[in-house]
Design a protein around this ligand. Structure first.
Ligand code: C2E
Ligand code: MG
Ligand code: MG
Ligand code: MG
Length: 287
């Protein structure tokens, strides 16, 4: 019986492998089709100044809206795109579209854009990005690139060279998901980041767990000591927003303000011509 069930297990395993593989091939094909047909588009999540409540910019977050209504989250399709060699094409298309959208926003509103690890190993990255900015006419100072610590670990010296070039060109560089990777401090020594983004896992529990709160406080202390402004990711409640403001956190982002929205909805969050200032993003600034 043991032998039989062993063989059954192997068979089941082989079948599931087969299913896994063909599912994967199917996904890769669907992704290729989506990239070629511009079915992957940027949505935008506001970046808010926590002291004034005003919107300073938007982070472009890629969305793959499938005709079936099914949706594959970006962390999944970005990884597949990297492995399938599609990331450059995908990223360039999404960035071009995001820059075109950003051109129609007020000139002081910035565009934040995520780069994936393999992109930082690409010696042509700087040229590719500058070509798109040039073509669309978006000034470099309006673009902020977000990179994670894992991107730096995978190819540190090449990545540093690329980042320095971009930085010299006037593009801002933010360190994304801060605190979740390895040797965060070392990265801060080796490159002059323009912003630190505190990972939302810390923000999420800051009002229910004292340790999380203290880690948030420590990162804010570090940001102040180094003179690098901080953004808190994943703000979902007025309480978190209120406390982060009091702790001196500069910027914030999260569902409390807005989830990522399609391009056509961005205007409704911005100051309307003639009406002066933009709507404040939450009741937290009412008093
Ligand atoms: P990220 O750059 O750290 O982006 C923030 C993620 O947190 C987004 O998830 C956003 O929807 C989510 N988020 C924002 N506020 C809240 C909140 O209050 N609560 C919760 N629970 N979540 C919140 P999303 O859009 O699923 O993106 C996941 C990751 O995929 C991004 O993390 C980024 O690393 C990657 N990604 C997205 N778009 C692109 C892209 O165009 N290129 C590259 N290379 N990566 C991208
Ligand atoms: Mg990001
Ligand atoms: Mg992040
Ligand atoms: Mg994240």
């Amino acid at each position: 019986a043991a032998k039989k069930s062993g063989r059954n297990n192997v068979m089941a395993f082989a079948r599931s492998m087969g299913d896994g593989l063909s599912k994967r091939v199917e996904l890769e094909n669907a992704l290729l089709h989506a990239v070629r047909n511009d079915l992957i588009v940027p949505y935008y999540q506001p970046l808010v100044d926590l002291q004034s409540g005003k919107i300073l910019g938007f982070e472009a977050l890629a969305r793959w809206n499938q005709p079936s209504g099914e949706s594959v989250p970006p962390c999944e399709f970005i990884e597949i795109a990297e492995e399938a060699g599609l990331i450059t094409e995908l990223s360039e298309k999404v960035l071009r579209r995001a820059c075109r959208d950003a051109i129609s926003w007020p000139a002081d509103i910035r565009l934040a854009f995520n780069l994936s690890p393999t992109q930082l190993a690409d010696k042509l990255l700087g040229l590719r990005l500058m070509t798109i900015l040039d073509e669309v006419g978006l000034p470099t100072h309006r673009l902020e690139l977000e990179i994670t610590e894992s991107a730096l670990i995978q190819n540190s010296s090449a990545a540093e060279a690329v980042l320095s070039d971009l930085s010299e060109a006037g593009i801002r560089i933010a360190l994304d998901d801060f605190g979740t990777g390895y040797s965060s401090f070392a990265h801060l020594l080796r490159f002059k980041f323009d912003k630190i983004k505190i990972d939302r896992s810390f923000v999420h529990q800051m009002n229910s767990d004292e340790k999380h709160r203290r880690i948030v406080q420590s990162i804010l202390g570090l940001s102040r000591n180094l003179g690098i402004p901080a953004t808190a990711e994943g703000i979902e409640s007025d309480g978190q927003c209120h406390d982060l403001r009091n702790m001196g956190c500069d910027f914030g982002q999260g569902f409390l303000f807005s989830k990522a929205i399609p391009a056509r909805e961005v205007q409704s969050l911005l100051p309307q011509p003639g009406s002066g200032s933009a709507p404040l993003m939450t009741h937290a600034w009412d008093n």
